[in-house]
Design a protein around this ligand. Structure first.
Ligand SMILES: Cc1cc2nc3c(=O)[nH]c(=O)nc-3n(C[C@H](O)[C@H](O)[C@H](O)COP(=O)(O)OP(=O)(O)OC[C@H]3O[C@@H](n4cnc5c(N)ncnc54)[C@H](O)[C@@H]3O)c2cc1C
Length: 418
């Protein structure tokens, strides 16, 4: 077992070292290598009267994993334990990252059923926060869990599923790490598959007029809304037997879509109109129809390119249209100040109802609306941008680097705002 470096009896844990979004000073940070180590840490905590907080890779858009007492990082609890190709089930340790999991599953011709925007997180991290992907008939990723082994604070090791210890199971699958340490997860998977993503651009009005039909037009529909041009990029992905055709071009995607847009965003700090140009350029770059076929996880995931703030809300599906109209009105009202214009696409995704106690999708089809802004323009003042707490069931803001992020959280239940 590894205990992280000590500085005058104090351990400093920066969730995002560069931006120092969240910092805590745990008394000790443990990196257990096996279950026995975990039991020892809990025993020590009991004797010392300390609380243990579990941390995955710290990608939560919040200070959830922070603590000033004992921190247990699951870095080394990342093994695949069993693979049942026939039943399409795997048992893995909670600390495995999704990237590691994709690689292991691929060796057995298997893949995760649905995914969110990135694969850097640990499996336990996404399970215990009910992280979501998109697809109106697909639940949040916690719904893929069949059973778990949880180590409780009293040291007991409990197997739970929908049939055995169902209360513990339903509390843990979106328990924000507060019910116990998730040691092992039995996960439903499917045979590995390619996704064909078809992208087309429509006006805001056209999209909203056909919203429900578009949402149901593919297995995994999502929208990227460019408020700068009122254009909606509709992404429709379906399972396919077609061979891989990744698509994309260095000049448009990398040089213009990343470097040039980032330059404009940077200049926007000094010359505000550059923000609008960045939004217009980003929108123009993706204005024509396109399609690609690739491994499922590559299509599910997106590239998080710039230092960003993000806020995301979950709203009941039936409120999507009025909510988006209201949001658009709000943007139009604030357009006078270009610093507050959403110059990145707003990501709109969907999920099926579930029965997980704390899940924002509990008993309801859900729409997720995520907005990002170039971080450098909004140092520490994102609340100015949108009154999130009034609208959200689950909302958060994230600070994202190209492959890393950190955030703070707000949770408010007022879905009747609309
Ligand atoms: C760029 C980016 C994109 C994202 N995209 C999406 C998205 O598309 N959809 C979405 O819904 N979310 C998304 N998220 C949020 C992310 O999926 C969740 O915050 C997830 O919890 C992060 O996992 P982690 O391993 O970093 O957990 P951490 O941030 O380390 O911890 C999160 C919580 O999980 C608990 N936890 C971790 N491991 C265990 C364990 N073994 N046992 C018990 N509790 C545990 C912690 O105590 C804490 O409460 C995104 C985040 C980022 C930064």
């Amino acid at each position: 077992m590894r205990v992280i470096k000590m500085q005058k009896n104090i351990f400093v844990y920066k969730v995002d070292r560069k931006n120092e979004t969240f910092i805590c000073t745990p008394l000790a940070i443990f990196e257990p290598r096996n279950e026995y180590h975990c039991e020892l840490i809990l025993e020590l905590a009991r004797r010392e009267g300390k609380v243990v907080r579990v941390a995955g890779v710290g990608h939560s858009p919040s200070d959830l994993a922070c603590t000033n007492e004992f921190m247990l990082r699951t870095t080394h609890l990342n093994r695949v334990l069993t693979v049942d190709k026939q039943k399409r089930r795997v048992v893995v340790q909670g600390g495995i990252t999704l990237h590691q999991l994709h690689a292991s599953l691929a060796q057995h011709g298997l893949a995760m059923i649905n995914l969110g925007s990135i694969s850097d997180q640990t499996l336990a991290g996404i399970v215990t926060t009910a992280s979501h992907g998109t697809g109106i008939d697909y639940g949040v990723m916690s719904t893929q869990v069949i059973s778990m082994i949880v180590l409780l604070a009293d040291g007991s090791r409990v197997y739970c599923s929908r049939n055995e210890q169902p209360d513990l199971f339903l509390a843990t699958v979106c328990g924000l790490g507060s019910t116990g340490l998730i040691l092992n997860i039995e996960l439903a998977v499917e045979s590995s598959f390619h996704l064909k993503e078809v992208l087309e651009s429509r006006s805001f009005e056209d999209t909203l007029s056909n919203l429900k039909q578009l949402v149901h037009s593919s297995e995994h529909t999502r929208f990227f809304w460019f408020p700068a041009t009122d254009m909606m990029r509709v992404s429709m992905s379906n399972r396919t037997h077609e061979t891989k055709r990744p698509g994309g071009s260095w000049f448009y995607d990398s040089f213009m879509g990343y470097h040039l847009v980032q330059l404009l965003l940077f200049l926007g700090i000094f010359f505000r109109t550059c923000n609008t140009w960045a939004g217009l350029l980003a929108s123009w770059l993706v204005s024509s129809a396109s399609s690609r076929v690739d491994d499922s996880y590559r299509v599910f995931n997106v590239e998080c390119r710039y230092l960003q703030h993000t806020t995301e809300w979950a709203i009941p599906y039936e409120n999507v249209e009025p909510c988006l109209r209201r949001l658009r009105k709000y943007f139009h009202e604030i357009l006078v100040d270009p610093r507050e214009r959403p110059h990145f696409p707003i990501e709109i995704r969907f999920s099926a109802p579930d029965d997980i106690w704390l899940s924002p999708s509990y008993n309801q089809q859900t729409c997720w609306i995520g907005i990002v802004q170039y971080k450098k323009l909004f140092e520490g003042s994102f609340e100015l941008y949108i009154p999130t707490s009034k609208i959200s069931c689950k909302c958060y803001r994230k600070w994202i680097r190209r492959d890393c992020f950190v955030t703070s959280t707000c949770n408010a239940i007022s879905s009747d705002y609309l």
